[in-house]
Write a protein that binds this ligand. Structure first.
Ligand SMILES: Cc1cc2nc3c(=O)[nH]c(=O)nc-3n(C[C@H](O)[C@H](O)[C@H](O)COP(=O)(O)OP(=O)(O)OC[C@H]3O[C@@H](n4cnc5c(N)ncnc54)[C@H](O)[C@@H]3O)c2cc1C
Length: 415
């Protein structure tokens, strides 16, 4: 048996950043995953570190919108009808989390941690030699009509004003000035200059994992479900090795409840599945930054592999086979926006956003087991927040003064 100060389960962006933050606090750490680091959800996202992510993805309140989604023909949302009864209780809680009051609470809780998201990445990227993967060019959210722009942005921009987060409203000429290869399909756009993006979220996660190993950390393959308690220690099998520690952090993203449910926890974690596919540009067309086509719910991000289109939300069982109809619906819109050529891969990639109904992650001590710590449920913002919540949970474990108020992320809030 090899003894460590802490074991981190799951080597996505959240787990890797947690391991690094504990290591920085002089803890010996073993990082355990059944795959190589950064190959699950943290591989396939849009690579955006959203400074303005203080407005949640809400349940539609207008009947017209509900009816549009109910038809199940939209690009931004797709669902498996047979799965709906299973996810219905979660959707009801999401609806409660979509009231104006709940949105205010969410914004107030999230702004302080979002203000640190890029700089916490920066600390790791500098040491992990990943800086060249980062772009400080902001991102653009484009609206195809003035009416949609006005209806969709009012509350969000008011919050940006309150928090002092910079933005610029662009007309169609100004959009073309910023991104000359975009077709003039947007009537208006919001440019968020303080949002950062990367050319490979999986590559960034792997670079952080290499840094962790170079600094003396242990990474090994193993099944988190082998977790057990022996005397005062948590123990996990890592291949032939057995690793043990007094503290263990669950950073299993969409798989967190596979481990926690048998331990008696009932957190309302659902998944919003999403897809991506890369395309080569036609000719020498290029983008400097990610672009969101808000009406169709997709993001187009320049990546190392090509131009990555990431889809909106799909509700289905996490483990059901992929049904990438959304990519098919998006593609004509995306091709009319930017000159995309042939696909890089034959089939789209699929991943699952681990989502709680109040759209915030769970970060803190598990209430029923000493030394069991939780850091999961980052939803649409896991790549953004991984380094920041990795720092927060590490500070809670080492009993330091936390750099942001941990109360909104408390594991006790769903009791
Ligand atoms: C299409 C799409 C676009 C997105 N775009 C963005 C974006 O632009 N910006 C942003 O901030 N977020 C984005 N997200 C969300 C973000 O990707 C996730 O929130 C984030 O990756 C979650 O990270 P994680 O480390 O919690 O989970 P993961 O990266 O999934 O890591 C969990 C790890 O646990 C491991 N694991 C699971 N079960 C076991 C087991 N039994 N034993 C051992 N290991 C196990 C897995 O192998 C995996 O490595 C997007 C998500 C999707 C799907």
């Amino acid at each position: 048996m090899e003894r460590f100060d802490a074991i981190v389960l799951g080597a996505g962006i959240v787990g890797v950043a947690t391991a690094l933050n504990l290591q920085k606090r002089n803890r010996t750490v073993a990082l355990v995953d059944r795959r190589e680091p950064g190959e699950a959800t943290s591989y396939g996202n849009a690579g955006v570190i959203e400074r303005e992510g203080f407005y949640p993805i809400v349940f539609p309140r207008k009947l017209g919108e509900l009816w549009r989604y109910a038809r199940n023909q939209e690009a931004e949302l797709h669902y498996n009808g047979r799965f709906l009864p299973k996810v219905a209780p979660w959707l009801i809680r999401l609806r409660a989390g979509s009231s104006p009051r709940a949105i205010e609470d969410y914004a107030a809780a999230m702004d302080p941690i979002l203000a640190h998201a890029a700089s916490e990445h920066g600390v790791l990227a500098g040491k992990g030699r990943a800086v060249e993967l980062f772009r400080g060019t902001g991102w653009i959210k484009g609206y195809r009509s003035l009416a949609h722009f006005e209806a969709d942005t009012k509350a969000h921009l008011a919050l940006a004003e309150r928090f002092g987060v910079r933005y610029e409203i662009l007309d169609s000429h100004e959009i073309t000035d910023l991104e000359p290869d975009l077709a003039p399909v947007f009537a208006r756009a919001v440019f968020w200059p303080d949002t950062v993006s990367v050319a490979s979220p999986g590559g960034v996660t792997k670079a952080y994992a290499r840094l962790f190993e170079a600094m003396g950390g242990t990474i090994g393959q193993g099944d988190a479900l082998s977790l057990r308690r022996e005397s005062d220690l948590w123990m996990v099998d890592m291949g032939e090795r057995k690793v043990a520690a007094p503290d263990i952090v669950v950073s299993l993203g969409p798989w967190a409840m596979d481990l926690l449910r048998p331990l008696g926890y009932r957190y309302p974690l659902a998944v919003k599945r999403g897809y991506h596919q890369h395309f080569k540009p036609r000719g020498d067309a290029a983008l400097e930054r990610p672009v969101v086509d808000v009406a169709h719910g997709y993001v187009l991000t320049p990546m190392r592999q090509g131009y990555r289109i990431t889809s909106g939300i799909e509700f289905d069982d996490r483990d059901a086979p992929p049904t990438p109809v959304q990519i098919g619906r998006i593609l004509p819109q995306a091709k009319a926006l930017f000159p995309l050529g042939e696909a890089v891969e034959a089939e789209p990639w699929m991943g699952s956003r681990p989502c709680l109904p109040d759209s915030m992650p769970i970060v803190g001590a598990a209430p029923r087991h000493p030394g069991l710590w939780l850091n999961f449920g980052h939803g649409h913002l896991g790549f953004t927040l991984g380094p920041a919540t990795g720092r927060l949970v590490s500070e809670l474990i080492t009993r330091e003064m936390p750099f942001v108020d941990p109360a909104p992320f408390s594991p006790l809030r769903f009791r």
